[in-house]
Design a protein around this ligand. Structure first.
Ligand SMILES: Nc1ncnc2c1ncn2[C@@H]1O[C@H](COP(=O)(O)OP(=O)(O)OP(=O)(O)O)[C@@H](O)[C@H]1O
Length: 318
């Protein structure tokens, strides 16, 4: 029996509560709570190995939760798989295609499995697949494979689309085309859950961003909410030689309420907060006093990369 939506949470497109997933001794997903509202593009953002793909595969019904619950469109992705399958579209990182079949033939085949598919020609044109229609899947470039996978996920007119690293390996034009297409399907009411480790992709495309690290949710919000946080501006200072070991403490003390200091690596630190001329003056005086020779200094709006660093004490790309 399919489960019926019973709690208010089940009106969400995806509702994950206390999800734990392990591979042997390795905990890939660690008590994750995550909600995706309907009609949004929601990005699950995290560095390599953060647990994004494992989470998505659990939502898609490929993996059974080891602890916790997952509801997708109010249904259990494993127990209610048959009911759910026609309502979701899945773009796998690995493509999920037969290697010898021609690109458009494959798309036609997938379309034929759905009751009301989108016109194949339309998708071929929108995703710039015209050139590779007669090419066998294995001969497509990485970017073409990605676009074909996206077309296969969309062709059945899903209510909910899961896309894993949709633009990995694409050239800039193909990335923009993909973003436009995802924005267009959002206009039709489709919910998209995408994983990415491109911060600009999440910032540009997502209504909601969930940042995960080491299997745990560390921040959620719209890109604007996330970058606003404690202060909207940052100053990034890179020194010629390694920074003094106590840089964080001493500069932090000098700045007081003017800014918060985070060490990015041995040569670079980030100040966030109001970061105005006064803060800049304090940083310059500190450099002079501590014999720190600046190599590069940049001030600007806080980015998702800065947010990640502030939350974890590490750079986003490890
Ligand atoms: N089949 C598996 N067997 C063992 N360990 C695995 C397996 N799949 C994933 N892992 C490990 O679990 C952790 C989470 O992996 P996962 O692929 O979910 O992360 P991710 O955020 O999607 O990473 P990426 O951005 O690199 O795809 C990683 O440490 C990974 O090495």
């Amino acid at each position: 029996m399919p489960s019926t939506p019973s709690s208010p949470a089940s009106t969400s497109a995806v509702d994950i509560r206390g999800l734990v997933m392990r591979y042997g001794a390795k905990t890939a997903v660690d008590h994750l709570d995550l909600t995706v509202e309907r009609g949004t593009i929601t990005a699950v953002l995290g560095p390599n190995g953060a647990g994004k793909t494992t989470t998505l595969e659990t939502c898609e019904g490929f993996r059974r939760p080891q602890e916790g619950t997952v509801r997708v469109l109010g249904l259990d992705p494993v127990a209610d798989r048959q009911e759910l399958l026609p309502r979701i579209g899945v773009m796998l990182q690995t493509g999920g295609a037969w290697t010898g079949v021609r690109a458009v033939e494959m798309l036609r085949h997938v379309a034929s499995l759905h009751a009301h598919p989108l016109p194949v020609e339309l998708l071929v044109e929108r995703l710039g697949l015209d050139d590779c229609g007669r090419t066998a899947y294995r001969r497509l470039s990485g970017g073409q494979k990605q676009r074909l996978s996206l077309a296969m996920a969309l062709v059945g007119r899903p209510e909910l689309l899961f896309v894993d690293e949709p633009t990995a390996g694409m050239d800039p034009q193909a990335r923009r085309d993909t973003w436009e297409l995802l924005e267009e399907v959002r206009g039709d009411g489709v919910t998209t859950v995408l994983t990415t480790h491109y911060l600009d992709e999440a910032e540009r495309l997502a209504d909601q961003v969930h940042i995960i690290d080491r299997g745990r949710l560390i921040a959620s919000g719209s890109p604007a909410e996330l970058v606003r946080g404690a202060g909207e501006r940052t100053l990034r200072l890179t020194a010629v030689a390694p920074l003094p070991a106590d840089a964080e403490q001493t500069l932090g003390a000098d700045l007081g309420s003017l800014g918060e200091v985070h060490l990015v690596d041995g040569h670079t630190l980030l100040v966030s907060g109001a970061v105005d001329a006064k803060a800049l003056g304090v940083v310059a005086t500190w450099c002079e006093r501590r014999d720190v020779e600046p190599d590069a200094l940049a001030m600007g709006q806080r980015t998702l990369e800065d947010v990640f660093l502030q939350l974890t004490g590490r750079e986003f790309e490890e």
